[in-house]
Design a protein around this ligand. Structure first.
Ligand code: KIV
Length: 267
């Protein structure tokens, strides 16, 4: 492994030094080169590819084969960034399925970490994956794979009870061995409090600018997503003129704490 390759330990050290982590989703080799050239630390092969690449209505139809294919497209040319691959819907509903999915995403796909959604229901799975050498990124708040159960894409943890569940889940996931946590669409105060309380890096999306880092869906931040963009995203291409400059601007704004700003934040 190249000496300057970013690992879970690098991200932990960045958190300790107060350096914000810039993450973006990435699904192919061409964008991998651009994103790495612009200084992105973490490339997330998100199952959002179902919506932005495949035209699916949600992430639910994405299969493990799709994820392995796109993860390999990125890993093949990645030099420094940490590659994280999403475990698809229902592929971690049992520990056996999760271990099998992680083996494929890391073995064939070349991911260095896997991401899965949920709290109490996935604790044992997180424990087993990490025991067997698969670093895990947890994902709390809005869980896109549960959209049919949630009835839509809505902010989570807005009342005391909801916030308490997210906090308890976050602490339990860290205790179970998770290396990192994505917090999606939660109030900024909750995300800031959890970022301060947890030892592991907290990466926000729609969670305010007091997280340890930020992630966006690449196609959202380039203004390629049809329809109204999510309120927490921003079109960085509009002011930059070219893709590389747009991504460099995103990295700069994340590192400096100016993204997300008040207009992208739910207080
Ligand atoms: O699939 C994805 O792109 C994600 C991000 C929204 C965090 O999980």
């Amino acid at each position: 492994m190249p000496a300057d390759r970013i690992t879970a330990a690098t991200l932990m050290a960045m958190k300790q030094r107060g350096e914000r982590i810039a993450c973006l989703t990435c699904y192919d080799a061409a964008f991998c080169r651009v994103l790495e050239g612009a200084g992105v630390d973490v490339l997330l092969i998100g199952d959002s590819l179902g919506m932005v690449l495949q035209g699916q209505p949600s992430t639910v139809p994405v299969t493990l084969d799709h994820m392995v294919y796109h993860t390999a497209c990125v890993s093949r040319v990645r030099e420094r960034a940490l590659v994280i691959a999403d475990m698809p819907f229902m592929r971690y509903a049992t520990i056996e399925r999760a271990l099998d999915a992680a083996a494929r995403l890391m073995g064939e796909g070349g991911a260095a970490m896997v991401k899965l959604e949920g709290g109490a229901a996935v604790l044992e799975t997180v424990r087993r994956l990490t025991e067997f050498g698969a670093p895990v990124c947890a994902h709390l708040g809005l869980l896109p794979q549960s959209v049919h159960q949630l009835g839509g894409y809505r902010y989570q943890g807005r009342d005391d009870a909801g916030a308490a569940v997210i906090r308890a889940d976050a602490l339990a996931l860290q205790q179970a061995g998770a290396s990192m946590l994505v917090l999606e669409c939660v109030p900024a105060e909750l995300a800031a409090a959890l970022s301060a309380e947890l030892r592991i890096p907290v990466i926000g999306i729609g969670a305010g600018n007091r997280c340890d880092g930020q992630v966006l869906v690449l196609h959202d931040m380039l203004g390629l997503t049809p329809g109204r963009p999510p309120r927490f995203s921003k079109n960085f291409l509009a002011d930059s003129g070219d893709i590389r400059a747009a991504v460099e601007r995103y990295v700069e704004d994340v590192r400096g704490g100016s993204f997300p700003g008040p207009e992208q934040t739910l207080a």
